[in-house]
Design a protein around this ligand. Sequence first.
Ligand SMILES: Cc1cc2nc3c(=O)[nH]c(=O)nc-3n(C[C@H](O)[C@H](O)[C@H](O)COP(=O)(O)OP(=O)(O)OC[C@H]3O[C@@H](n4cnc5c(N)ncnc54)[C@H](O)[C@@H]3O)c2cc1C
Length: 312
Amino acid sequence: MRSDPTQFALTAPASLQAVLAQLAQNPGTHIPIAGGTELMVALAAGRLPRHSFLSISHLPELRFIRITPDAIHLGANTTFTDIRRNPTIAADLPLLTLAASWTGSIANQNRATLGGNLCNASPAADTPPALLVYDATVTLISSGAAPGEIVQRTLPYRDFYLAYKSTVLRPDELLHTITIPRAYSVHRHFLRKVGTRNAQAISKTALAALALVSESPATTSDSPSTTPCARHIQTIRLAAASLADRPIRLYATEAALQNASLAPAHLDATLRRARAAFATEAHPIDDIRSTARYRTAVAANLLEDFLRSLTT
Ligand SMILES: Cc1cc2nc3c(=O)[nH]c(=O)nc-3n(C[C@H](O)[C@H](O)[C@H](O)COP(=O)(O)OP(=O)(O)OC[C@H]3O[C@@H](n4cnc5c(N)ncnc54)[C@H](O)[C@@H]3O)c2cc1C
C-alpha cells in the first residue's frame, strides 16, 4: 500500500555534527536520506518502518573525492556522476567508473550516492562487487561524548554486511568515507553485469574480478617447472552480486585459482577447478528477476570469460 507523504517529517540539520547529535539522541527514530532514490521508492511502496527523514544530502562534509598518492577517499555523498567524471578514478579504478555508469539513468546518477548504494545493502547493487575486489575500507562516524565531537571507526568493506539488507551500521552512525587503495595499475580488471537490458536494469547477476598474471614458471602441480615461462595467476580477487543474501567475495574460488596455470595445456583443468570451487559458494535465490539456476550458470560463465581473457 502506498504511504501518505503528509505523515512523514523531513529535517535538514545545518551541520554533520547536528545530524549525528539527532541520531544519537533518539537512535532508531530517524532515517538518514541522501539522494533518496531508494527511499522514495520505498516510501511510495509503503515499505518504510519509520516516519522521520534526516537529510544528509546538503552536507558538504560528506561530498568529496580526495586523492592521495596511496588511496582515493570518497565521501558517502559522492554521486555516481561525480565518480563517472573523475579522471583519476577512471584511470585507477575503472571498475568503479563502469559500475557508476550503468547504475540507473543519468538523472538517477546525478542524485544517487555511493553511500546510499552501500548502506541500502542490496545483494544486487552495482558498486559493491567493484569495491570488494578493490579491497575498500569504510569509515563510520557517530557523536562522541564531548559536544561536537565526532568519533569514527574504520573496517574492511568486506565486513560491512551482516545478512540480507543488514549492515554493521548502528542507528546512531553514518557512513562517512569509502577508501580504496591506488594499487591496481598493473592488474587485469573485469566487470560484467547481466540484466534484462543494458540500461535501467537491476542485475540478475554480476561479477567483478582483478588479477595479476605472471609469466614466470608456476609452482603448482598443474604447471610443472619443466614448463618455461608458463603463464599463471599470481593473485586474483573475485566478487559477485546476486549470488547470496549480500554482495560477496568468492574466497574459495580465489583460493582454487591461486597460482593456477593459464598455459594452453592446463587451461581446461584450471577452468574445471574454478567452476567446482565456484559451485560451493554461489547460493543465489529464485526471485522476480531470475532463477537461482540461471544466476549460477551465468556467473560461472562470466568467471570462465574472465579466466580465458587472462590467457592473452
Ligand atoms: C529508477 C531507478 C534505477 C536504479 N537503478 C539502479 C541500478 O542500476 N543499480 C543499483 O545498484 N541501484 C539502482 N537503483 C537504486 C539506487 O539509485 C542506488 O542504490 C543509490 O545508490 C542509492 O543512493 P541514494 O543516495 O539515493 O540513497 P537513499 O535512498 O538516500 O538511501 C538509501 C539507504 O541508505 C541509507 N544511507 C544513505 N546514505 C547513508 C549514509 N551516509 N550513512 C548511513 N546510511 C545512509 C539510507 O538511510 C537508506 O537506508 C535505482 C533506483 C531507481 C529509483
